[in-house]
Every structure is written in structure tokens, then in C-alpha cells.
Write a protein that binds this ligand. Structure first.
Ligand code: ZN
Length: 412
């Protein structure tokens, strides 16, 4: 049997009438969006808040070992409590202010990466300054490392002895939608922090601040190994300490993914990569390049990969994709009359690109979706078109096209 596909997240306020919905159709929420957490981003530098959130009995910690999340099963994340993580993080990494921590920076001290994800206001929890309420969520990297090795290894052993495991699955597309969104935020930020231990401007080590959402390049470093000739902890000037700088904030890389419709609106262009199993096709996709609009990127990628010339392009919906830091911008583009001849020679990315009728795609969305290599449903006939599951925005784009764009939902 094919793996179960979770329900997609609900868009915000789906039942409230809106002139925008009447004009543009219902909002589409894609998998990995729809988080139940209020990120209260303005509280990230507030260590009084973070300190209370850290120790509150309602607080949950999502643990990662080598970027693999702790799970009870493929459909359920597992969370730890403050008492579980305290040996790894110490009593309170937020006991001092951010300013004090920057002043006392010592790059030789390993600090396990902790990220404040947000407050779940649907649950009883912390109340801060009367306004900000909910159960706090943190992500913590417990990959055994440096001084935290022994405590991290003990915690890993402890959770594994309770039947929990660090999920080795690649994409985690079987979690319920809200869990998937929490996981996506956590994974994206832990991965970004792990990849950016050094300042992109001056090359010196950086310190995680703003509860894991920023890395700063301190002007002093107490570690003897990096002291300068004058034997002071001062570091050279760095451009990130003056003026507006975007060097030390988490990045999100935009990619475009598009359903391509023929000029008569009757056919859909799909492509396949060499490594995919037989009969597998999907929408085309590519990276947005610097100084390019989304519409231009869609037209360029489609022409480069398939030779098709697109006219009008509309943005349909977007999907966070934490592998490692993407935002998929889903679009629908229509070929211009006379621009529909397929030519694969420009770019060797695709093994094949083909026009499919709306009926072929409609049938495949009903009976032939799943992860690459997974079996299809019982109604699938060998040799029929295979398509990605609904957790992939490609599926939503195709469903929107064969559903006539009305409300963006498939009529299959
Ligand atoms: Zn720097």
C-alpha cells in the first residue's frame, strides 16, 4: 500500500468572506506552512522572557541529532522537557542579557544551539506581560560535540531507551501538517546556524543571538587562540557591526516551480529527471536568480529546460521547504501560441518533457501519487502517469490547473 498522505494545512480564516477570495479564489496553504506557533519575533532579544519560557512546565523542546528530529513514529514528533535538556544546555543560557553575552564572548566555549520557535496560543502555558500567552516551543541541537558530548550522549541514550528515535527519513512528509510546520522552522534554523559558524564579512567565529535567529560578530573574543599581537581580545573591525547589514540573518532561497499550460489551456507540460523511477513526471522548477522577478524566472527556467515560450505567469501559492533553506514559489504559466515546441537541448537537467492532457493528469492525481519509488494506490495501472504527493506544491499546482483554477482545488 502507498504511504498515507497527511492532510494539508488549513489556510487562515477559510470561512470568512473576503473580496480578495472572491476575486482571486481561496488561499492555498501548502505543507510545511500552517504553523500553530506565534513566533513573537520581537521577544527574541528579551532574555527575561526567554528565561521564563525555557523553564515553564508547558514548554516543549524538539531535539535534533545531526539534523534528524526526535520522533515517536513517522507521524508524530516527540518532545523533551526542560529537566531533560538542562544537563546539555546548563541551567539557563538566558540568565545574562544578550549584550553581556556578546561582551563576554569566548569562541572556545561550545554552546549547544537553542532556537526559540514560538508560543502555541491554543495551549495553556506562559503568560508574559499580559499579552503573550501560550506553550513555548524550542528546538535544540543535541548532536554530541565538544564539552556537551557526554551530556548529549546521555540524553540520546535516555530518549532512545524510551522507544523514541531520531528519524532518518529524508523529507518527513508523513507528519501531520501542524507538526510538519514546527519541524520545518526548527530544521531550517538549526541547519542555518550549523552552516554559519564564521562571519561572512571578516571570517571570524560568530555567536548565536536573538534566540537562534541571528548570528553576530562580536568585537572581542576572550579565547586566547585568537588574541592579536597586542594580546588583547579585540578583533579587527567588521562591516557587520556598522550600518545595515544582512550578513548574519537566516537566509531563505527562493525557487520557482510552475505548472505550464498550453496556449489553448487544454494540456499541461511535465518533465522528468533521469534518476526518477519509470512513469514519474512533475512540474518544472529552478532557482530564482539575482535581479530577476518571479515571472521572469518562471519564463527563463521553462525555456531553458523545455524550449517552451511562456506568456502570462501568475503566482498560485508558496511552500516553505527546509532542505535546506528554500521557499518554493508556485506559479502557473501559459505558453504563447506557436511557442509550444519542446526542445530539451539547452540544459541537460531533464531527461524528458511532455505535454499531457488534463484528463491524464486528473487520473494520475487520483490514483498515481506518492513519493518517488513508493507504490501507487490500488486503482493505478502499470504504465500510467505517476505524480508527486499532495504534500508537494507541484501536486497542488497541477490540481489547480485541472480543477479549472476555481478555488485552486482539484475536481478529481
Ligand atoms: Zn565579522
Amino acid at each position: 500500500m502507498p504511504a498515507p498522505q497527511p492532510e494539508l494545512p488549513e489556510p487562515a480564516h477559510p470561512d470568512i468572506d473576503s473580496m480578495l477570495s472572491r476575486k482571486f479564489g481561496k488561499e492555498i496553504a501548502n505543507y510545511f506552512s500552517g504553523s500553530p506557533l506565534n513566533r513573537v519575533s520581537f521577544l527574541r532579544p528579551d532574555h527575561t522572557f526567554l528565561s521564563q519560557a525555557l523553564k515553564h512546565p508547558s514548554t516543549s523542546f524538539l531535539l535534533f541529532n545531526k539534523l534528524e528530529p526526535l520522533v515517536k513514529s513517522p507521524t508524530e514528533l516527540a518532545y523533551a522537557k526542560y529537566s531533560d535538556v538542562q544537563p546539555v544546555i546548563g541551567n539557563d543560557p538566558f540568565a545574562k542579557t544578550e549584550e553581556e553575552l556578546v561582551k563576554e564572548y569566548d569562541s572556545s566555549t561550545y554552546i549547544p544551539q537553542l532556537v526559540f520557535l514560538g508560543l502555541d496560543g491554543h495551549k495553556e502555558g506562559l503568560i508574559y506581560k499580559d499579552h503573550y500567552k501560550g506553550a513555548p516551543f524550542f528546538a535544540l541541537d543535541i548532536t554530541p560535540k565538544d564539552a556537551a558530548t557526554a551530556a548529549a550522549e546521555a540524553l540520546i541514550k535516555d530518549v532512545e531507551s524510551k522507544g523514541l528515535s531520531f528519524s532518518k527519513g529524508r523529507m518527513h512528509l508523513s507528519l501531520p501538517a501542524q507538526e510538519a510546520a514546527i519541524y520545518a522552522e526548527a530544521r531550517h534554523l538549526l541547519d542555518w546556524n550549523a552552516r554559519n559558524p564564521f562571519c561572512a564579512a571578516c571570517g571570524y567565529p560568530t555567536l548565536s543571538v536573538n534566540a537562534g535567529f541571528k548570528r553576530t560578530c562580536p568585537s572581542k573574543d576572550l579565547a586566547a587562540s585568537v588574541q592579536n599581537a597586542e594580546n588583547t581580545p579585540d578583533r579587527p573591525p567588521c562591516a557587520t557591526r556598522t550600518g545595515v547589514s544582512n550578513l548574519s540573518f537566516p537566509r531563505t532561497d527562493p525557487t520557482v516551480i510552475m505548472a505550464v499550460v498550453s496556449s489553448d489551456g487544454q494540456k499541461i507540460l511535465l518533465g522528468r529527471q533521469k534518476l526518477w523511477p519509470p512513469y514519474w513526471y512533475s512540474t518544472l522548477a529552478g532557482f530564482l536568480e539575482p535581479a530577476e522577478s518571479v515571472e521572469e524566472a518562471v519564463r527563463r527556467e521553462v525555456w531553458e529546460e523545455s524550449g517552451i515560450h511562456l506568456g502570462r505567469v501568475v503566482i498560485h501559492s508558496t511552500q516553505p521547504w527546509p532542505y535546506p533553506a528554500n521557499l518554493m514559489i508556485g506559479a502557473i504559466g501559459q505558453a504563447i501560441p506557436g511557442g509550444e515546441e519542446i526542445h530539451l537541448g539547452h540544459d541537460a537537467e531533464l531527461e524528458d518533457a511532455k505535454w499531457f492532457t488534463a484528463d491524464e493528469v486528473r487520473v494520475a492525481l487520483r490514483v498515481g501519487t506518492g513519493g518517488p519509488g513508493e507504490p501507487a494506490g490500488p486503482e493505478y495501472k502499470e504504465g500510467g502517469l505517476r505524480l508527486p504527493p499532495k504534500t508537494a506544491i507541484a501536486n497542488q499546482l497541477m490540481a489547480a490547473v485541472v480543477g479549472g483554477f476555481l478555488g485552486g482545488e482539484a475536481k478529481i
